[in-house]
Design a protein around this ligand. Structure first.
Ligand code: AMP
Ligand code: GLY
Length: 405
């Protein structure tokens, strides 16, 4: 079966690599639009990923049996709906179900209806409402844009003026003021066929730009998997209390969720709470989660896409640990650098158990993944890899997986 992977980031590169590693011949894969580096492994096709007709045309021309959609924008723009109308199996929710990521207010509504544990929040449409909600919840303040904001929509700050300024930027589309939740964050992915969910292995993402969780929020600067400090029964708990009730509530609303349900969770003293849902694989968590997958990924995604996940199906993961470190271009995430040459990737990849997944020339440029028997080994490999790569002005965090053992 031919498979089309839609997207051009390190996440899509990781998906392509995992498909190949777990048994799909590279010749059966197409990536659209992919990037120069993905093109070294599989066929790529130029396409505007938000153009429903263009993506459908590529899928039909390539005679694929499955389309896997990486980023959120095409999901929210209804690309899955268009593909399904042509009878093509798609791993990625339709426009309605993708609102779980596309609108934080919608996600809160679904969670309230399904009794899913999350922070208290108030939806605001005016700055007066924002000010009153900020006073109600108190500092630290959590302000979230309702719609998609490319990872920039959330601010957590003790500075009320900064909270209000952030709210002003997004108030036209609505904002949410949320209770501050203290604890460790963890990302847990579920494959969903709309009725059943199957959990993958947990990962922890590092959201802030700089060491010691300083600096602004980013799309993610590094990650590790598995997550050894989680409480006993964590995955089962999240399956029962979060993932299943959420997809059932969506199904009740005629918005069957077929694809990847990304649960962004925080483990607080009063239990685990949902911080956010995404409707797609996380980046860079995918790089570490799929690096450890040993079951056939194409089979799992196809089952999800065609309503054939069964209860108890449990994908297998290597016992090895995986750590990924993201190399970002100068100024990321606050400003955009000029495009500069990246060198040394081949040298990094020549190290055993080091892999490089590449994204765009600016922003988050690439992730280096190390895989080893211990976190320390995986971490050492990832950092040895990244030390061989040169990008003028590039920066990365030095503390990924430092405190985990
Ligand atoms: P989100 O886009 O909703 O995942 O938010 C981005 C990041 O902001 C999260 O990964 C957290 O680090 C932080 N965050 C979001 N909501 C809260 C909250 N209620 N309490 C504390 N931190 C939060
Ligand atoms: N790493 C966070 C995300 O993919 O949204």
């Amino acid at each position: 079966m031919r498979i089309l992977v839609v997207g051009s980031g390190a996440r899509e590169h990781a998906i392509v690599k995992a498909l190949i590693r777990t048994g799909t011949p590279a010749a059966d894969l197409v990536c659209a639009p992919g990037n120069d580096w993905i093109a070294k492994e599989v066929e790529v096709r130029e396409v505007d990923i938000n153009d429903r007709l263009a993506v459908t045309k590529v899928a039909l021309e390539e005679r694929v049996g499955l389309v896997v959609i990486g980023p959120e924008a095409p999901l929210v723009n209804g690309v899955s709906d268009a593909l399904r109308e042509q009878g093509i199996a798609v791993f990625g929710p339709d426009q309605k179900a993708a609102q779980l990521e596309g609108s934080k207010a919608f996600a809160k509504e679904v969670m309230a209806a399904a009794d899913v544990p999350t922070g208290m929040a108030r939806q605001c449409t005016t700055i007066e409402e924002v000010e009153s909600a900020l006073d109600q919840f108190g500092a630290p303040y959590v302000v979230k844009a309702d719609g998609l904001a490319a990872g920039k929509g959330v601010i957590v700050t003790k500075d009320k003026d900064a909270a209000i300024a952030h709210a002003k930027n997004y108030i036209a589309g609505g904002v949410l003021i949320e209770e501050f939740l203290a604890g460790q964050e963890v990302s847990l992915f579920f494959l969903s066929d709309g009725e059943t969910v199957v959990p993958l292995s947990p990962a922890q993402d590092y959201k802030r730009a700089f060491d010691n969780d300083e600096g602004p929020n980013t799309g993610g600067m590094g990650a590790y998997s598995p997550v050894p400090w989680l409480p006993e029964g964590f995955v089962e708990d999240v399956t029962e209390k979060v993932a299943l009730p959420t997809i059932r509530e969506l199904a009740r609303r005629n918005a069957k969720f077929v694809g990847l349900l990304y649960c962004g969770l925080i483990v607080t003293e009063r239990g685990t709470r949902v911080i956010e849902f995404n409707a797609r694989f996380g980046d860079p968590e995918t790089q570490v989660v799929l690096r450890r997958l040993t079951s056939n990924l194409a089979d799992l995604l196809y089952r999800a896409a065609t309503g054939k996940l069964s209860v108890g199906l449990s994908p297998e993961f290597s016992k090895k640990k995986a750590v990924t470190v993201v190399l970002a271009s100068e100024g990321y995430p606050t400003s955009t650098a000029e495009v500069r040459e990246v060198t040394g990737i081949e040298s990094a990849e020549s190290i055993d158990d080091v892999e490089v997944c590449k994204a765009s020339p600016v922003g988050r440029v690439l992730s280096v993944i190390g895989c080893g028997e211990s976190f320390q080994e995986a971490r050492t490999l990832a950092y040895e890899g990244i030390s061989r790569i040169q990008l003028q002005g590039g920066h990365f965090r030095n503390d990924i997986a430092l405190k985990v053992s």
